[in-house]
Design a protein around this ligand. Structure first.
Ligand SMILES: *Cc1c(COP(=O)(O)O)cnc(C)c1O
Length: 433
């Protein structure tokens, strides 16, 4: 494959933007070699500026559950835009969106729209603190909740990839209010409550972790968090920015049947446009301005064009879509797993519905320390081989592959064949070294 145009554009971009990107993982720093610059996408495929075609498993990091440039979503956006892009005033679309979010997620009695997942989490935490009158938050190592100050402690994905334990530029005062436990470890959570009696406002968790690679909650983990939070008069916040409308229409909370006090959404509810939302119990959301004392606002919050993309996406999410993406992802998991086995490549694949991660380790991955055991060099080689074979994977071991409703059996087959060849090369070069 020829990447000349991508290389030229990226070189110029590095002079004008930090790392040449507007979000760190896009730089391919974890896998080396520089990114390809994307020109367009349709369905499950994307094309770079050199004209190379790829099967895409990033899907804009989750929002594109239907695929790229879906006609009904594009139509909704352009028809809405014709009436004006933004008013900074209430619209009918916002009410429609609020109804579409709260009805499949009964724990969300009220909701407020924002413009990103980061903003949703930041605001939910403010609400939790205002409601409980306490300051401290428990999060889990390897879980990512956006880039707000307090949440960049032991956060996943980009932060893990670049080996920054805590981001620079965060005052100690913020970090000290963020306590961390290991995912799937209830004893650690109990110990934090014991050591910080009466000071913890909330536990925030990705009900299925997807930012240290996909890591599933063990049986009883989410229930345990619910029980502890209620007992300690702390709130339970589910960060469903990835899992909401992804694992099921009602999110992870409907799959695992655990009811959080607050939920954060993003990604899919914007259908590829910048949208986030947070919501939950009516009494908790009552602390939010203008009804309550906790201020939170946004010039472009509930933007009608962005909301239109979200509504068109959610409307398309019939039960048959979930059946399809889950079974395609299962096929992919099986194919990758047997291809790795044939070559003797040690991998562990974690999958929840249509999101999956293949870790380059033979051990089970149940939390951040076990995810970190992966062979990142092997992942880097595999990633590059797959890219050259026309398969666009997330450029980090600590991310999820996203299967969309536009993926086909032939996409899956092509991916498994490419992986099989990549395993052989990786394994062979390992034998040499
Ligand atoms: C992506 C993500 C966020 C942040 O959302 P942005 O829209 O990137 O700000 C928060 N939480 C989780 C679980 C995410 O995956």
């Amino acid at each position: 494959m020829d990447h000349k145009k991508s290389q030229r554009i990226f070189k110029q971009s590095q002079k004008l933007m930090p790392g040449g990107v507007n979000s760190p993982v896009r730089s391919f720093a974890a896998v080396g070699g520089g990114p390809v610059v994307i020109a367009r996408g349709t369905g499950s495929h994307i094309w770079d500026v050199d004209g190379n075609e790829y099967v895409d498993y990033v899907g804009s990091w989750g929002p594109l559950i239907l695929g790229h440039a879906m006609p009904q979503v594009v139509r909704a956006v352009s028809e809405t835009a014709r009436n004006g892009l933004s008013y900074g005033a209430p619209t009918r679309q916002e009410l429609a969106m609020a109804e579409m979010i709260t009805s499949p997620m009964p724990s969300m009695e009220m909701v407020r729209m924002v413009s990103s997942g980061t903003e949703a989490v930041m605001s939910a935490i403010r609400a939790a603190r205002a409601y409980t009158g306490k300051d401290k938050i428990i999060k889990f190592e390897g879980c990512y909740h956006g880039h707000s100050d307090g949440m960049l402690v032991k956060a996943g994905s980009g932060v893990l990839t670049f080996g920054v334990a805590d981001s620079a530029g965060i005052p100690e005062g913020y970090a000290k209010n963020t306590l961390t436990a290991q995912y799937n470890d209830l004893n650690g959570v109990e110990a934090l409550f014991k050591a910080n009696k009466g000071q913890i406002a909330a536990i925030i968790v990705e009900p299925v972790a997807a930012n240290m690679g996909v890591v599933l909650p063990k049986a009883g983990f989410l229930d345990g968090l619910r029980r502890i939070a209620s007992r300690e008069r702390a709130l339970l916040i589910f960060d469903e920015v990835i899992t909401g409308f992804r694992l099921a229409y009602g999110g992870a909370q409907s799959v695992y049947k655990v009811t959080p006090d607050l939920t954060c959404l993003g990604k899919i509810i914007g259908g590829g446009m910048p949208v986030g939302a947070y919501g939950g119990r009516q009494d908790v959301m009552g602390v939010i301005s203008p009804v309550g004392p906790a201020y939170q606002a946004g010039t472009l919050s509930g933007n009608p064009v962005a909301i239109a993309a979200g509504i068109a996406t959610l409307k398309a999410l019939k039960p048959s879509i979930y059946k399809k993406i889950d079974s395609l992802a299962a096929e992919l998991e099986d194919g990758l797993s047997s291809a790795a086995k044939r070559v003797g490549t040690p991998v562990t694949i974690n999958r929840a519905g249509s999101i999956l991660t293949m870790f380059f380790t033979s051990r089970q991955v149940v939390d951040y320390p076990s995810a970190k055991k992966s062979d990142l060099k092997a992942f880097g080689r595999y990633f590059r081989d797959m890219l050259e074979a026309g398969i666009y994977l997330p450029p980090s071991q600590f991310e999820a592959m996203f299967v969309s409703a536009s993926h086909t059996q032939s996409d899956i087959k092509k991916t498994i064949d490419a992986a099989s060849a990549a395993f052989k090369r990786t394994f062979a070069s390992k034998m040499d070294s």
